[in-house]
Design a protein around this ligand. Structure first.
Ligand SMILES: Nc1ncnc2c1ncn2[C@@H]1O[C@H](COP(=O)(O)OP(=O)(O)OP(=O)(O)O)[C@@H](O)[C@H]1O
Ligand SMILES: [Mg+2]
Length: 1012
């Protein structure tokens, strides 16, 4: 039977130490004596390793395997491992010089390993990971007395350790690894502290506390904040500002598990007395407290509390009395020093202090007139400590994050390429500096940051730790219910734990939820959860935790549960894998659609790509390809949308099912109504064939809505007025209002192309009704075609209102739609004769197009470019060289359209303007070859007048006049002006009155223009 052990992924440093007895000595000593020596060596080395904070995992033959960083992490585990290694090597050297026969070979490396928390207690194998094997191999490569260190550990200790030249070694089963022998350890030298930034207010408060002390009120200043927030540094800065006569007594507290270091009280004594011997202390106290009786008592207690002596008398005192005795003695001792000079007692990391020490510090400053300032730092979890009595002698500073400008300054002074990193640090100076200095590889956290956070997480009891690690699966913010669900707890119990964690500043309450106090804490907590468990938790959260409407969160958690490569082994044999994959697929499809509709194109495609990995057959592929096609169409990328929608149709067919008829309607809507979305474009035949196929499928499946849409699209495609009428009849009869906007849109466009502007206007009003009733309307497209209709009809005022709306819509839409807005303005401004503004529109188009080199544009913005060229000619300038190229960039596959767009500027520059392509632009069968913004061929007529081709111009007049009664007031005004121009002997005689009355001054300007 296998037992599920509790495991965590952790950053650990592994040390392998091999105890070797020399062969010579074994021979000369004989096996019994050699064995004795080895046994003793093991016992001594074990003690040394333990003393440095290592956990002995196991003995393998003559080797000892030690882990630093589990079960509890320290901020400096790699350094500890190296110190331990040096101590062991030192022991061996000493042993040999005393005639011993033992030496050690050591390998050390840092890395991530899976740690079995239960095994720690059970003394079974507890660590699994490449780092373990690597450290073992390093050990086997080491010479006697040598400490070989792997690359990750070297990087983590670069500040403190010195190494011999590195070399690359081929390690069995691992490959090439850079290794180097440890030479020695020094103090932190490499990085001098960076210039102090910000914290003016905090420093001011501490200075004020010192002033208060000077005025005769002892004070305790407590600085609290999470690791790395700058507590210690703040106090260092304070001390730097104090006058030189101040006496500083400092001490650090260490976690209970650490042996070896002197206790904080001993450190304080040593800070005062120097050598820290009993004799030194006795002399000092005799000098400080001349009164014999007092000094005897104080000395006894101070010496006892500092561990210099053991007093049976004190041990025999009842606890409370002993406490008071300690506090009084320290108050007398420090108070006496303060009579000589002001004293600052600086105690670091009070969260690790024994209650006894906290009590003493409190008593040193409570209602005392001594010149004593106690400054102490502590992590937030300390704040609930009852031994500190609130009062006016206690100043508490809670250090928050650095202000953004200070954070930036700090990051810059740490590294030249710092900007990108500081956001993640959220104002924590340690994280800012470490992230700024980290090599810019991947998203990995620098080890120093990881270690700082890991050590803090390890201060939590195991069950609290499990709770936040599991809650981290949700993300940075989570609710009580989430945490309860993922850690299998009763919600009331989870709520209690979370409140406690918030108190310890691991979490912050926000809007009824909890957020990790620092985003990096979330990352480290999450990184601790072993992969398989992580994936199961994501799946569980997707099933039971996520709000069903939050499709993107759902997709995220399903992806994390099933997407990574590890899914293959994690879910092997899982009964419900198929069901989960189905749910994942649905979530991705829904989320992709939502993203595409919000024009978050890249993200939508990413979701669909992920969805493909959950597809279990061509029918699924069909739905996904359909979604991809939709996303591309929303982004105005016609070629890609065409390709993927055809793929979708194929996929459905190969699954043996008819594709949905709506897919055909969507597919064909692009070439029929947005052919400008294409850079290459489909052939007319393929569009025609697919329209027919779509109609067949729609009939067969009884999909009336799709049939209506396809009929209307066909009306645009063929220019067949009867088809438009039929589509309208179907639309009037349908009970399904939702997609009517997509039926009316092609109908209105077909009416516009046919020059039936009054009908088109009526259709746009129907769209308004659909919109008012909540049906789907492609707003940007409707506004575009409505504006074009109004321009052609002669209503510039309404056209401007509509163009304004289009502008507002385009501001948050795709570049293609912004091109539409600019193009419509170009057309309006040219009609009005506001040539200065028309030039600006043309420049804006150029800017937009060059700024989006990969995207297709269309003839609408190209029309603004042509208007700009005309403006230049009217002002007597040559049109810019790149006009033709720009228009071709926007219209790469329709030379006929280009001919229609450019005919006026070409005529104005005396360039060839009237060829067969122009005829096609106004007479082509396939309407997408035509200059569709100009249904009455005004451009050609005006250009003929400019070029002085009177006979052809007269023919045009007749043709345009036919449109005067189909809703275009400007048609009649234009032909009247043309007649004047053709009849005029001198230009001054032509008044163009009707054009001016309508406000089409620009058409008049153009008609008057003659090249040369
Ligand atoms: N205001 C500051 N300006 C410049 N550097 C700072 C500032 N505050 C902190 N630092 C630097 O950030 C790092 C972390 O600061 P510090 O050691 O004081 O944090 P701490 O709060 O004492 O952390 P811990 O709880 O781990 O002891 C140090 O290298 C320190 O020099
Ligand atoms: Mg500190």
């Amino acid at each position: 039977m296998t037992v599920e052990h509790r495991s965590e992924r952790r950053l650990v440093t592994c040390l392998f130490l091999d105890v070797v007895g020399s062969t010579d000595m074994t021979v000369s000593l004989g096996p019994e004596r050699m064995k004795r020596q080895l046994d003793r060596a093991f016992a001594d080395l074990k003690e040394i390793l333990h003393g440095h904070g290592g956990t002995i995992e196991k003995y393998i033959g003559d080797a000892i395997f030690v882990i630093f960083g589990a079960p509890a992490a320290h901020t400096d585990d790699p350094e500890r491992a190296l110190r331990a290694a040096i101590a062991c090597a030192g022991w061996a050297a000493q042993n040999r010089s005393a005639g011993g026969a033992v030496d050690v070979r050591v390998g050390v490396e840092t890395g991530e390993a899976l740690i079995d928390l239960d095994a720690v207690d059970l003394r079974q194998q507890m660590a699994v990971g490449t780092v373990v094997n690597l450290a073992a191999r390093l050990q086997s490569q080491a010479d006697a007395g040598e400490i070989l260190v792997g690359p990750t550990c070297r990087e983590a200790t670069a500040d403190v350790a010195e190494y011999a030249r590195e070399r690359v070694a081929e390690l069995k089963g691992i490959g090439a690894v850079s290794i180097a022998a440890l030479v020695g350890l020094g103090p932190h030298l490499r990085h001098r502290p960076l210039r102090f930034v910000g914290r003016d207010g905090e420093l001011g408060r501490l200075t004020a506390a010192f002033d208060r002390v000077r005025s005769g009120r002892a004070t305790l200043a407590l600085v609290s904040g999470p690791p790395g927030q700058g507590k210690s540094r703040l106090i260092e800065e304070l001390l730097g500002t104090l006058p030189p006569d101040v006496r500083v007594l400092s001490a650090r507290c260490r976690p209970g598990t650490e042996s070896g270091a002197f206790t904080p009280l001993r450190q304080l004594v040593m800070a005062d007395v120097g050598d820290g011997t009993l004799h030194g202390l006795a002399t000092r106290i005799a000098q400080l407290l001349p009164d014999g009786a007092t000094h005897e008592g104080v000395l006894e207690i101070i010496a006892h509390s500092a561990g210099l002596t053991t007093s049976e008398r004190i041990l025999a005192l009842p606890a409370l009395q002993r406490r008071d005795a300690f506090q009084d003695a320290w108050r007398s001792y420090v108070g006496a020093i303060a009579r000589e000079q002001p004293v600052v007692v600086w105690v670091e990391d009070l969260h690790w202090a024994e209650p006894q020490l906290v009590g003493i510090l409190d008593r040193l400053t409570a209602r005392s007139e001594s010149c004593v300032l106690v400054v102490a730092t502590a992590r937030p979890e300390f704040l609930g400590n009852a031994s500190l009595r609130p009062g006016e002698d206690l100043v508490h500073l809670e250090l928050g994050p650095l202000a953004p400008e200070d954070a930036l300054e700090l990051a810059r002074s740490a590294s030249a390429l710092a900007e990108r990193t500081i956001e993640r640090a959220e104002g924590n100076p340690l994280f800012i500096v470490e992230l700024a200095r980290a090599r810019p590889t991947g998203g990995e956290l620098p080890m120093t940051v990881q270690a700082a956070i890991a050590a803090r997480i390890d201060e939590l009891p195991q069950s609290d730790r499990q709770l936040i690690q599991h809650a981290a699966v949700v993300g940075e913010t989570f609710g009580v219910r989430d945490a309860a669900l993922l850690s299998d707890r009763d919600p009331a119990e989870a709520a209690g734990t979370l409140a406690r964690l918030a108190h310890g500043r691991y979490l912050s309450p926000v809007d009824g939820q909890y957020r990790f106090h620092h985003a990096l804490v979330r990352d480290v907590a999450y990184g601790r959860v072993p992969i398989a468990e992580r994936m199961r938790l994501h799946a569980r959260y997707a099933r039971e935790g996520v709000d069903r409407d939050d499709t993107e969160a759902l997709a995220h958690h399903w992806w994390e549960a099933l997407g990574p490569a590890d899914a293959t082994w994690v879910w092997e044999g899982a009964a419900d894998l198929a069901g989960m994959r189905r749910e994942a697929l649905e979530a991705h499809l829904a989320a992709g659609k939502r993203r595409a509709d919000r024009l978050s194109h890249e993200r939508a495609l990413e979701l669909y790509r992920r969805a493909l990995s959950f597809a279990s057959g061509p029918a699924d592929t069909g739905r996904i390809e359909e979604g991809i096609g939709w996303a591309y169409a929303r982004n105005a990328q016609g070629d890609e949308s065409w390709e993927h929608r055809l793929k979708a149709i194929d996929a459905y067919r190969s699954a043996g099912i008819d594709p949905p008829a709506a897919l055909y309607a969507d597919l064909l809507a692009v070439p029929v109504m947005n052919f400008g979305y294409f850079l290459k474009g489909p052939t007319g035949e393929s569009v025609g064939a697919l329209l027919a196929e779509g109609e067949r499928v729609a009939r067969a499946s009884g999909d009336e809505t799709a049939l209506m849409r396809l009929t209307a699209e066909n009306a645009v495609f063929t220019g067949d007025a009867q088809l438009a009428a039929e589509a309208l009849r179907m639309a009037d009869a349908t009970p399904d209002q939702r997609m009517l906007g997509e039926v009316y849109r092609p109908i209105a466009i077909a009416q516009f192309f046919a020059g039936r502007l009054t009908d088109a206007e009526a259709t746009f009003r129907r769209v308004d009704t659909v919109s008012a009733q909540g049906g789907f309307v492609n707003v940007g497209e409707i506004l575009l075609w409505r504006a074009l209709t109004l321009i052609a009809a002669g209503d510039l005022a309404q056209a401007e209102t509509t163009a304004d709306e289009l502008d507002a819509f385009a501001a948050t839409s795709t570049p293609h739609t912004r091109g539409h807005a600019l193009g419509v303005w170009g057309l309006i401004l040219a009609a009005k004769g506001d040539w200065v503004a028309a030039l600006e529109s043309a420049r804006a188009v150029e800017h937009l197009v060059t700024g989006n080199p990969a995207l297709p544009f269309c003839l609408i913005p190209a029309s603004a470019t042509a208007a700009g060229a005309a403006a230049d000619r009217l002002a007597g300038r040559e049109a810019p060289q790149n006009v033709e190229a720009l228009v071709e960039r926007m219209q790469p596959w329709q030379p006929t359209q280009r001919a229609g767009i450019l005919v006026i500027p070409r005529a104005m520059s005396n360039r060839p303007a009237f060829g067969p392509e122009l005829d096609a632009a106004y007479g082509a069968k396939l309407w997408w070859d035509r200059n569709v913004v100009d249904p009455f061929a005004f451009n050609r007529a005006i250009a003929l007048v400019i070029a002085g081709r009177h006979a052809e111009a007269s023919e045009r007049i007749v043709e345009i006049d036919r449109f005067s009664n189909s809703g275009s007031r400007v048609a009649g005004a234009l032909t009247a002006a043309m007649r004047e121009e053709l009849a005029a002997t001198s230009r001054a005689m032509a008044g163009h009155t009707a054009l001016h009355e309508l406000g089409y001054h620009g058409y008049s300007d153009l008609l008057r223009f003659r090249p040369n």
